[in-house]
Design a protein. Structure first.
Length: 296
């Protein structure tokens, strides 16, 4: 350690006071990796990610226990501590394990730049929930003056994808809460956005209660919002039976494609129904049985 630090000369000492515990791990790149006391590192209260899944944190802790912290966190120096710019999950998992130090890259940013880099880093990792993602994109646009086009290029996504993500913030507040809780996926959220605001919460509840996939939700949205000749269709989607018919029709079509024959999906209730698979020759029966890996 003495040899490494001595070789760096006064430059390192000028950057970091002598009372700060640092161990240089690498100087091969522009950013030197140092080992910081974990208790000298604190999260950024304004970071875009607000929720942390305990189960996933435990999985990350297990990985760190076996392999160590492979990728250093990124921090910036504050008065008497280091503030995390990127890598709070790694820091939390390391604390769970009781580690005393953590590898880090120290960068000098002002508060605005710290926020901007933190937003972009979290968006690039795609580790935010859809609401956090939408809010982060909105902040980049409003506070950091980035255009949708610039954000889409930075994230490697299409401009339409960025625009659709922003639309989530226009959803009913109760629906947004369901998204944050993980009850509704981003794909479902985008479908819900196509429904009139006053219908969105009930629509979201129907998606959850009927366990609809995104395609089924899209079909349901067409039924709810469908128009013909400028007038609302007279549909039966208000009843549980109507919703079941939408799901049944989708499953029926999928099974027809998979089996290559006529399939009738008759859903009596959510937990009871029947599936009729038709065949028209002994050879066709054998083919269908082969698909199910059934011998007779």
């Amino acid at each position: 350690m003495a040899g490494i630090k001595g070789g760096l000369g006064k430059g390192l000492d000028a950057l970091f006071p002598s009372n700060v515990n640092l161990e240089v791990l690498s100087t091969d790149s522009k950013d030197a990796i140092v080992e910081l006391k974990i208790n000298d590192v604190e999260p950024n209260e304004n970071q875009p990610r607000k929720s942390f899944d305990n189960e996933k944190l435990n999985e990350l802790a297990d990985s760190i226990k076996e392999h160590g912290v492979i990728q250093p966190i990124i921090v910036t120096k504050k008065d008497d501590y280091y503030q995390i710019i990127a890598g709070e999950r790694r820091w939390r998992a390391s604390k769970k394990l009781g580690l005393k130090t953590i590898p880090a890259i120290v960068r000098t940013y002002d508060d605005k730049k710290t926020r901007e880099v933190s937003l972009i880093e979290n968006l690039q990792r795609e580790n935010l929930n859809p609401i956090e993602t939408a809010k982060a994109i909105k902040e980049l646009m409003e506070e950091h003056k980035m255009t949708q086009d610039a954000i889409s290029k930075t994230l490697g996504k299409s401009r339409s994808s960025v625009a659709n993500t922003l639309r989530i913030l226009n959803l009913d507040e109760k629906v947004q809460e369901m998204i944050e809780m993980g009850k509704i996926s981003e794909g479902h959220a985008r479908t819900i956005a196509s429904v009139d605001t006053e219908k969105q919460y009930k629509f979201a509840l129907d998606i959850v209660n009927m366990d609809m996939n995104v395609r089924q939700a899209e079909n349901y949205a067409k039924e709810v919002q469908g128009t013909k000749g400028g007038r609302k269709k007279n549909t039966s989607t208000k009843s549980p039976k109507g919703k079941l018919e939408i799901i049944a029709k989708d499953l029926e079509n999928q099974m027809k494609k998979a089996l290559g024959t006529k399939v009738t999906f008759d859903a009596k209730t959510k937990s009871k129904g029947r599936i009729i698979i038709e065949y028209y020759s002994e050879d066709e029966l054998e083919r269908i049985l082969d698909i199910f890996n059934i011998t007779r």
